[in-house]
Write a protein that binds this ligand. Structure first.
Ligand code: FEO
Length: 394
């Protein structure tokens, strides 16, 4: 366990070997952060995945007899946080389970034998003795039921999925963990989990953070914040307002016989020539969740594909489905690639990109037949220059 302040503890579980979180590549593992508050009434905020129940119980037992827990606050019914609730209720037999209105519905749908759950609402305060816990609903960050809990006396915000990062570590605090790695995983989490809900995040920050003094932000995953809260909020503000880097482009592609790859290289040279920084990501090697991290603040998104079986490559299909669901807005887009005979791949990528909100297309999609000629490659270089100048001058 880790003491946050006297009487308040991190008692979660660390998922060291987790490498896939519903399709998100978690190269650093993750943690499920449960928090124990010792007061006249003993309270646990969230639990852990079912398989880490024993680990959480060992941590709780170092502090208090778990059967003495009075309140279990389920801030989110997704099973990475709620999975151990049934086993915990079997031990903490007198505990009252508390959740948001949507949390009550969600928990009942997950755990069909749990029926006695108390609803809490926005702004409601739970008094545990000397502490007051105030609830803030966080609808769609990132399920309909999420909520945050603010402990007024110690100025701790238990922020649930907001401000989380998938990191497994024995270090629990932002000033103990490598800063750039922490903020990279924070960005990856935002890009892959929170991105569609920028307006909800903004609203949450206005309600729960701006009016309150915050000394600690304790999310439901990864590292807790006590030193770099300003940096954390500044990064979230950038992302939730869709503030993009005007000099950043991402080229995402797959290739069968290197024609599309060679076109990608020339696009990159053209962009580089006018001063745009480019990340090139081959979908044969790069995981889509890492590509989304690149895309988070990029102004220009370029997608390349050959045509395979009258459509784009399956890797490109997977990426497009994923990106479309995460709804990046307001980008400049461009589709390109090589084809043999029918050429639907590039056309279909272009169609998908044009469904995204507030995207611009200064150039029509471009494709070549089989292997690009010197003239084709020169044309791609020039496309890179044109697209680059476009985003720099926007
Ligand atoms: Fe960490 Fe939405 O669960």
């Amino acid at each position: 366990m880790t003491e946050i302040v006297p009487n308040i503890y991190w008692v979660g579980g660390v998922d060291w070997s987790l490498r896939n979180f519903h399709g998100y590549q978690t190269e650093e593992g993750s943690s499920y952060n449960a928090y124990l508050i010792i007061d006249e009434k003993i309270t646990l905020i969230d639990t852990v995945k079912d398989h880490l129940f024993e680990e959480m119980m060992e941590r709780i037992t170092e502090i208090v007899d778990p059967s003495k827990i009075d309140y279990i606050i389920s801030a989110h019914s997704e099973m990475d946080h709620s999975g151990a609730i049934p086993k915990l209720l079997a031990v903490a037999k007198n505990a009252k389970l508390i959740a948001s209105p949507n949390g009550v519905k969600g928990l009942k749908k997950h755990f069909h034998n749990i029926t006695d759950i108390e609803e809490c609402h926005e702004g409601m305060v739970l008094n545990t003795g000397k502490y007051n816990l105030k609830f803030y609903l966080q609808q769609m960050i990132h399920w309909p039921d999420n909520m945050a809990v603010y402990l007024e006396e110690e100025k701790i915000l238990f922020s649930n999925d907001a401000f989380g990062q998938h990191i497994a570590s024995g270090f629990r605090w932002d000033d103990e963990y490598p800063h750039s790695m922490l903020f990279h995983q924070l960005a990856k989490y935002y890009a892959n989990i929170v991105l569609p809900y920028g307006a909800k995040v903004e609203n949450f920050i206005k309600r729960a953070i701006e009016p309150n003094e915050i000394k600690y932000i304790c999310p439901a995953h990864g590292i807790m914040f006590r030193k770099y809260i300003d940096d954390l909020l500044s990064e979230y503000t950038k992302w939730m307002t869709n503030t993009l880097d005007p000099k950043k482009a991402v080229i995402v592609y797959d290739s069968m016989w290197k024609s599309t790859e060679n076109m990608a290289s020339q696009l990159e040279r053209g962009l580089d020539n006018v001063g745009v920084r480019v990340e090139i990501r081959s979908l044969s090697y790069c995981h889509i969740s890492n590509v989304m991290t690149d895309i988070l603040d990029a102004s220009l998104i370029i997608i390349g594909t050959p045509t395979l079986n009258n459509d784009y490559m399956p890797t490109v299909s997977s990426f497009l489905t994923y990106m479309k669901g995460l709804k990046p807005e307001g980008r400049v887009g461009f589709a390109f690639g090589s084809h043999g005979w029918s050429g639907e791949g590039v056309k279909n990528v272009d169609k998908v990109l044009r469904t995204l909100k507030d995207w611009e297309f200064p150039l029509d999609a471009k494709q070549v037949n089989y292997v690009p000629t010197e003239s084709d490659l020169k044309s791609m270089y020039e496309c890179g220059q044109t697209l680059g100048r476009y985003i720099l001058e926007k």
